[in-house]
Design a protein around this ligand. Structure first.
Ligand code: GTP
Ligand code: MG
Length: 452
């Protein structure tokens, strides 16, 4: 099936619209009307400027209704097909600031453009053959990368490595499918097929896919990060630890047990892995209704986190209450036991690592231990990384190959092998974009940010 990009003109703010101020903001238009809309709104300063493609014009944007001057801008015209979307693209580089750029966008919309959906520019680039699917996704991953390593991995995807790797595996499966289908149709005219060789090849591709899936799992940590709940009895130093790891005064610290009442989060990067730390209210029996609500949230955080850091106080040792908290951590959730206040160590030390949040000692080892208990330490060595969608597709392709091999082991005829083999090829085609449909593309690009 060939899919085509819609033929209308879309517009969005292409620069970050975080609260605050930027010095430049860009409104981007793409589509057949882009240049006409630009001409309607933009007046070049001076007579000598011409509307050439890939030239920057300097001038002002006016509201055609009121004549009011809205912004001083640079206009960049890129006529089709030499643009990101292969459509005519106009960029208006205005002065930053959320209000100014929103006015610019509103004028562009009033002049005939439609507000772009998330990822719609990239979707058009893909549909017009400018980008393959893995590269388009890598672009989105680059934009949303939360750590330097995640950005590096996204750049590797942009380089086309993933497209080639998956394309190569898919090609090998297509070769086998061709062999099998030929036998289904012309068994008598062809030399007999070596079923073992076909099986070996399918198994080899399945093994490669599993490796990619494993790497993908580790890279998901780099992309999406870990949510780590710091839990423990009151006053053991949870908030002090959050502050020490985030080098901030984000959480209130006092010597009164029961200081923290609500969840406090802080984003940090540990050895290249983005980590969201959650400081929680100290868990203890209490009649205070506010504290009880806080403790209920601590328990929710404990149950939902990717990993739990259970902190205890080395000046008091490992107590029965600490043991009771350990029992609350759901099975299968990585758990790291850490003793704080090593500067006031009482004998004997409790289980786990010893740190001092106050003095900042042991924090490097803590970071490493945290990543290790989540299986994230060697994520730094990955060269290629599947995102969640690609990972799931690769996993189901590998499972389909297993089914195909099972059909072979059962001695079923060739056409039974091909059903699952075709399924595996289809899944890999969804990764590379060779086999796509509109609904699936809409889902993929909807994850992108607006303006991308
Ligand atoms: N000696 C010593 N004191 C510490 C250390 N870390 C924290 N403290 C002190 O322990 C007390 C409690 O610290 P918090 O960080 O508020 O403890 P918390 O676990 O968040 O307590 P709640 O919010 O009440 O659950 C404060 O007086 C801190 O200064 C440490 O490493 N050494
Ligand atoms: Mg606290």
């Amino acid at each position: 099936m060939t899919l085509a990009a819609a033929a209308d003109t879309i517009a969005a703010v292409a620069t970050a619209v975080a609260p605050g101020e930027g010095s430049v903001a860009i409104v981007r238009l793409s589509g057949p009307e882009a240049e006409a809309i630009g001409r309607r709104l933009f007046r070049p300063a001076g007579q000598r400027q011409v509307w050439d493609s890939h030239r920057v014009l300097y001038g002002h944007v006016h509201d055609p209704a009121s004549g009011e001057c809205i912004d001083e801008v640079l206009l960049l015209l890129m006529r089709a097909p030499r643009s990101f979307t292969r459509e005519t693209v106009v960029e208006l580089h205005g002065h930053g600031g959320v209000i100014a750029v929103q006015r610019l966008l509103e004028l562009v919309l009033a002049a005939g453009a439609r507000r772009a959906l998330p990822g719609e520019f990239s979707q058009r680039a893909f549909l017009n053959g400018r980008l393959d699917l893995t590269r388009a996704e890598a672009l989105s991953d680059l934009v949303t990368a939360r750590s330097r390593r995640a950005a590096q991995l996204a750049m590797a995807g942009l380089d086309g490595g993933l497209q080639r790797r998956i394309g190569e595996l898919r090609g090998r499966l297509l070769d086998q499918l061709a062999e099998l289908e030929a036998r289904v149709d012309f068994e008598d005219d062809l030399p007999p097929l070596d079923g073992t060789a076909v099986g070996d090849e399918l198994a080899a591709v399945a093994a490669d896919l599993r490796q990619l899936v494993d790497d993908g799992d580790r890279s998901l940590l780099l992309r999406e990060g870990l949510r780590v709940a710091i839990v423990g009895r009151p006053n053991v130093g949870k908030s002090s630890l959050l502050n020490a790891l985030s080098r901030s005064d984000r959480a209130i610290v006092t010597d009164l047990p029961g200081t923290t009442r609500d969840l406090v989060d802080s984003a940090v990067v540990i050895a290249g892995v983005p980590v969201t730390l959650l400081d929680t209210a100290g868990i203890r029996p209490t009649d205070d209704p506010v504290e009880r609500l806080g403790i209920a949230r601590s328990r929710e955080a404990l149950a939902a986190a990717d990993a739990v850091l259970l902190l205890h106080d080395l000046s008091e040792g490992w107590t029965a209450a600490d043991e009771a908290l350990r029992a609350e951590v759901p099975a299968g959730v990585p758990l790291l036991l850490v003793g704080n206040k090593a500067d006031r160590l009482a004998t004997p030390p409790g289980p786990g690592l010893a740190i001092s949040a106050r003095e900042g000692s042991g924090l490097g080892a803590l970071g490493q231990a945290l990543l290790a208990c989540c299986g994230a330490t060697d994520a730094g060595n990955l060269a290629l990384a599947l995102n969640r969608r690609q990972r799931d597709l690769a996993a189901s392709a590998a499972a389909a190959l297993d089914r195909s091999l099972a059909a072979a082991a059962d001695g079923l005829p060739w056409d039974f092998w091909t059903i699952d083999l075709r399924d595996a090829i289809g899944r890999l085609g969804e990764i590379t974009g060779d086999e796509v449909n509109e609904a699936m593309l809409d889902r993929v690009f909807a994850r992108f940010c607006i303006g991308k």
